[in-house]
Design a protein around this ligand. Sequence first.
Ligand code: IPE
Ligand code: IPE
Ligand code: MG
Length: 261
Amino acid sequence: MGLDALLDWLPPDSPEVELARRIREDRLPVHIAIIMDGNGRWAGLRHLPRVEGHRAGIDAVREVVETSARLGIEYLTVYAFSVENWKRPPTEVNTLMTLLKRYLCSELDTLVRHDIRFKVVGRLEELAPDVRAALVEAMEKTAAGHGMQLNIALNYGGRAEIVEAAKRAIVAAIRPDELDERAFSGFLYTAGQPDPDLLIRTSGEMRVSNFLLWQIAYAEIWVTDTLWPDFRRPHLLEAVLDYQRRDRRYGGISRPVAASR
Ligand code: IPE
Ligand code: IPE
Ligand code: MG
């Protein structure tokens, strides 16, 4: 995996090759997080039911997962369903869950073949037993993967995660003098993972919608008007290139953008 692997895989003379050649391998984001938004609007523009937008969004997920893995991204977190998304009509929620199950079923072999490790960030307990079973199976079957870690944020809420982490810290009877930011991170769903370097949001909304509130403290944010079902390889490569032009200061003084670890 890496830039050369990606270049070998891209169709020669495609516009993506030109973009990929400009990427600096020594400055890749270690962790990319994506708020996949705009499925409903994509469907609306085509006079289709909203769920057709979710269906179409699966192709974008597939392409982004494979491209990120080939590029050598170590962690990819995609926001699939928030704790607030239960407010949507039950038919839409059910379709989303069915699509997720189908995605896992059809992609599991590909994930294993690409050495990808799959993990859910969010509250599994509140999901239907069949969805939970599919998720657990995907986590178990990919557990030995040494390639990219693919996190799916599902029934996820940033504030809920922080409250849960606080509860876990209490249960672990951690002493106040031991509880610093690093120790607290260890109680989050993303324990042991580096924070996202790059946060992508599609469909033009300038908000974080309760996503990874703790972890995105210093993430570089890239927003595109492109609706999620239209998001493809070139958009991802553009986002990475833009990230590589950023000056990450972390409250300090100017220094070139670099992977966070
Ligand atoms: C994102 O698309 C998918 C989920 C939130 C599950 P939306 O369904 O939010 O689409 P818009 O924002 O209404 O266009
Ligand atoms: C954020 O999108 C959640 C996911 C992408 C899963 P929403 O569409 O739910 O966010 P808001 O309501 O526009 O803030
Ligand atoms: Mg939305």
